[in-house]
Design a protein around this ligand. Structure first.
Ligand code: AMP
Length: 422
């Protein structure tokens, strides 16, 4: 026997229920985001490495530890995208989508790659769906983005009760540097009470210490300076306006001063949706924020923007925890069966005709007995089996069997479609 292979560690094949789940997430995104005027964009799976080091930031975990970076045969450093916002912005700059103050609303769906320790809801190749509103300065854009994310999750079948919406402001170039410094000093003062990683973060990326899951670090960071006390007047005003619009829309949220998302490009509004069940520590099913400086970081003109990304694996786990069943296929499936070998050609021709009329139609291609054709029909979840035997051929029709109530009757080809689509 030759060696057989498994999918690489941290990756999974999407098949059966998970493939249907991924289709459902994409289809719902098209419907919901489409109503807000979003159009799809597909960027390359890999980019020049600098797109991510400049965009996401050298000091982040994603860039520092998690990227799949390699040299291609031409000696260029390329990286499998760890997220899609930097790629979308690179593409928008390249295509001049937002020149002269133009706006663009784009959404994507596809795999992302991070070299992380795999666990429930955390993969090395994982699937994200995300939306980006480019060229938007108004706080209304932040509110619309958050409301669209919420609408998406509820449209998928997640109950409002099971989700928590967290929002925060991370400040901007004016107020964040001083705030960062105050958090760095705080960490230095408390370094003996923090884990090694967090203590080191004073010099590299102090705000990340808020994200540490270790209880001792969390307890210390609870007492750290809060961004809400450090916002400049413009950021404060922007934040107030976002929250006012959310209030007016009637959506419930929690202000979480410790919410600092893991990518350096965020400015001002950040948000995250978490769930309580089915996910353990990887409980963030989606999140995002404003990134007013990213276009410039990638060589473009100043283009304030905002976006989010949601994680497919985690959403599917959350849906499962709420007993939303994606394994059932509700499609109307028809199976055409031959009673004997003489009817195989007629079965093949009828199956082709029914597909032409828009019906999902299966038939046997392996000369199976009538009994095993019925078994196949059952397994495929066919609602009707159309049987062609000698008698049916002579009378110029088929016997139609309703697989639920087992009723059978003879019908002519002309009335089949009418009957099935009733
Ligand atoms: P981020 O791009 O880090 O802001 O993450 C956005 C969303 O993507 C998260 O809320 C998760 O749902 C999902 N996500 C991020 N990293 C992973 C991963 N390694 N495996 C599965 N899902 C992930």
């Amino acid at each position: 026997m030759t060696q057989s292979y498994n999918a690489p560690k941290g990756t999974a094949d999407l098949l059966g229920a998970s493939a249907r789940g991924w289709d459902f997430l994409q289809q719902t995104a098209r419907e919901v985001f489409g109503r807000y005027g979003y159009e799809s964009i597909y960027t390359p799976i890999f980019e020049q490495t600098e797109v991510f080091t400049r965009g996401i930031g050298e000091a982040t975990d994603v860039v520092g530890k998690e990227m799949y970076t390699f040299e291609d045969r031409g000696g260029r450093s390329v990286t499998l995208r760890p997220e899609n916002t930097a790629g979308v912005v690179r593409a928008a700059i390249q295509a001049r989508l937002t020149d002269n103050g133009a706006q663009a609303k784009l959404y994507y769906a596809g795999p992302q790659f991070r070299y992380e320790r795999p666990q429930k809801g955390r993969q090395r190749q994982f699937y994200q769906i995300g939306a980006e509103a480019l060229g938007q300065t108004s706080p209304l854009a932040d509110a619309e983005m958050i409301l669209m994310l919420w609408e998406y999750f509820t449209a998928l079948g997640l109950s409002k009760r099971s989700m928590r919406l967290l929002v925060n402001s991370m400040g901007d170039d004016v107020c964040r540097p001083a705030y960062r410094e105050s958090v760095a000093s705080f960490i230095r003062e408390h370094s003996s009470e923090l884990c090694e990683d967090c203590a080191r973060r004073a010099d590299t990326n102090p705000l990340r210490a808020f994200d540490c899951k270790k209880p001792e670090c969390r307890a210390v960071m609870d007492k750290a300076p809060r961004i809400s006390d450090a916002l400049c007047a413009d950021c404060q005003q922007h934040n107030d306006a976002v929250l006012r619009t959310l209030d007016a829309a009637g959506i419930k949220y929690e202000i979480d001063p410790k919410l600092v998302r893991g990518l350096d490009y965020y400015t001002r509004t950040v948000f995250e949706v978490q769930v309580d069940h089915g996910l353990g520590s990887q409980n963030a099913i989606g999140g995002g924020g404003r990134y007013d400086g990213l276009f410039q970081d990638l060589g473009g003109k100043e283009t304030p923007s905002i976006g989010f990304a949601v994680g497919a694996e985690r959403i599917l786990l959350a849906l499962e925890a709420e007993d939303v069943d994606l394994t059932k296929n509700d499609d109307l499936i028809v199976y055409v069966a031959a009673a004997g070998d003489e009817q195989r050609d007629a079965v093949f021709a009828l199956a082709m005709e029914l597909r032409g009329r828009g019906l999902i139609t299966l038939s046997d291609l392996q000369n199976r007995s009538l009994k095993s054709q019925f078994k196949q029909a059952d397994k495929a979840g066919a609602r009707y089996v159309l049987i062609i035997g000698e008698e049916e051929q002579q009378r110029g029709g088929v016997t139609i069997r309703n697989m639920e109530n087992k009723e059978e009757r003879f019908v002519t080809p002309g009335s089949i479609i009418k009957m099935l689509t009733k």
